[in-house]
Design a protein around this ligand. Structure first.
Ligand code: TMP
Length: 211
């Protein structure tokens, strides 16, 4: 059995990732693939419990280092229990956020030394990377407005606009440094337009077996 593929969707608040994860999954299922959709922080029972610690409470509840350790603890459990077993059995896994979010939010956003995050990644995740990362790009102000209209603000949405601008810039920087793995998608278009663009990109970068 050929190993599955691991696709991650990244971006700031309100960029439409969750909707696009669902749409991409449904398109790939239509081509006969087994697809697992998941998210970070979360995606396994233990990681979902850690998620509650991360997204609720005051904006300043955790120091940047503590927060980063919690994200990596959740990530390790998510990988062990959900992502790696699914890939092993040949499923394609689509995750709403992964480690680029730590670099963007805790590194570019909160100012934690990026080397600390890179070293944690090497120790906790090891030599494992997404096959493709789609970065949904939307100006921070527009994304926050969308996110706040949708639901009560979580801990990160409560952080100031300059934090959100830094992390949006961070995602673009990450894509510029790793163009083989990452692609930037303009998330300002309609849901249908963005979904079509994503499907086209996935088809070009990761040909579906048998198609
Ligand atoms: P969500 O709103 O996309 O579900 O994600 C929950 C929040 O967690 C979101 O505001 C981004 C944040 N986050 C980080 O700060 N670092 C991380 O490593 C991850 C995965 C998410």
């Amino acid at each position: 059995m050929e190993r599955g593929r691991f696709i991650t969707l990244e971006g700031g608040e309100g960029a439409g990732k969750s909707t696009q994860v669902r749409r991409l999954a449904s398109s790939l299922r239509g081509r006969g693939l087994e697809v697992v959709t998941t998210r970070e922080p979360g995606g396994s029972p233990g990681a979902e419990e850690i998620r509650t610690l991360l997204v609720t409470g005051d904006a300043g509840r955790w120091s940047p280092v503590t927060e980063t350790l919690l994200h990596f603890a959740a990530r390790r459990d998510h990988l062990e229990r959900t992502v790696w077993p699914a890939l092993e059995r040949g499923a394609w896994v689509i995750s709403d956020r992964f480690a680029d979010s730590t670099l963007a939010y805790q590194g570019y956003g909160l100012g934690l030394d990026k080397e600390v995050i890179v070293r944690l990644y090497a120790n906790v995740v090891g030599n494992f990377y997404p096959d493709l990362t789609l970065i949904l790009d939307l100006p921070a102000g527009a994304g926050l407005a969308r996110a706040k209209a949708r639901s009560a603000a979580d801990r990160y949405e409560d952080m100031d606009i300059s934090f959100h601008r830094r992390l949006c810039e961070g995602f673009l920087d990450i894509a510029a440094h790793d163009p083989r793995r990452c692609a930037i998608i303009d998330a300002a278009g309609t849901e249908d337009f963005v979904a079509a663009e994503i499907l086209d990109l996935v088809g070009r970068r990761l040909p579906v077996p048998g198609s």
